[in-house]
Design a protein around this ligand. Structure first.
Ligand code: FE2
Ligand code: FE2
Length: 267
């Protein structure tokens, strides 16, 4: 049996170092074979430090994607590049967004992933009064009105979808079951918040439709294969099944109380 421990939206910059240590102890105590971290780990100035602490404390590999907060006070391109360099220094760390081949978790289960990005394609983007800190604190998104920001959001999401279109079919050729780790829910029905699906005011900022469309298209062509999507970003827990062979888990999270989201024991 292979034990996979998934965490999302741990936002470690909001807690004292002792609580980070406590979380690392909890993860270590589960004796994981692999740890998955689904983004919003910290912010650009400390995300590498937190990931290095995971690598130092655990004996298993740590696979991760980044969330919007991980880019705060910097840019998407700079932080992604820095993560590539970090993974070169720490053999245990693997940034799935930069990974072109599926990782083998078991002989039947492969792992892929990408940060994803909310793409303003669900809900009422131009009518929305939501202004995420992303739109002030991430270089590519700052300094624009909503209309001018939209193409950049969609470019980031389309990049994520292109990654899935490239990597998922290859992974399905090798593995019966694929786990896809991402930050942003790729379906409206996965946009859980406090027990409900987010409304049209919030959806534009919390779902990556481009990735969801890619998933549906590919998985419809592979009815004998199975996909499990692990996402976060909304901090609301929930599940949905957009196709018979696709299940989506959205991880809950509470600022200031980082915790294990879910354990998966793979046969
Ligand atoms: Fe978050
Ligand atoms: Fe997020």
């Amino acid at each position: 049996m292979t034990r996979v421990v998934w965490l999302t939206d741990i936002h470690l910059n909001f807690v004292e170092s002792e609580l980070v240590e406590q979380l690392l102890d909890e993860v270590h105590a589960t004796a994981p074979d692999a740890v998955l971290i689904g983004g919003d780990i910290g912010e650009s100035q400390n995300v590498a430090k937190y990931l290095a602490r995971f690598a130092a404390r655990l004996v298993c590999p740590v696979y991760f994607v980044l969330g919007n907060h991980d880019f705060y006070h910097s840019s998407v391109s700079v932080v992604r590049q820095a993560m590539g360099q970090l993974c070169e220094r720490h053999a245990k760390l693997c940034y799935l967004t930069l990974q072109e081949q599926a990782i083998e978790l078991t002989p039947g289960v492969g792992l892929i992933g990408h940060d994803g990005w909310a793409d303003a394609r669900f809900g009422d983007y131009l009518g929305s009064d939501v202004f995420l800190s992303d739109y002030a604190l991430i270089e590519e998104l700052a300094g624009h009105y909503a209309l001018d920001r939209r193409p950049m959001l969609q470019r980031l999401a389309d990049e994520a979808a292109a990654h899935v279109r490239e990597v998922l079919p290859r992974a399905l050729a090798r593995y019966e079951h694929i786990i896809l780790l991402t930050h942003v829910p790729p379906f409206r029905e996965a946009c859980w918040h406090e027990g409900h699906i987010s409304d049209d005011n919030w959806l534009p900022h919390f779902a990556c439709k481009a990735m969801g469309d890619a998933i549906l298209e590919i998985m419809q062509k592979h009815p004998a294969r199975k996909l499990t999507v692990l996402c976060g970003h909304t901090h609301g827990e929930g599940e949905t099944r957009p196709l018979d062979n696709v299940e989506v888990f959205t991880g809950g999270a509470v600022y200031g109380a980082p915790a294990i989201t879910r354990m998966l024991d793979l046969a």
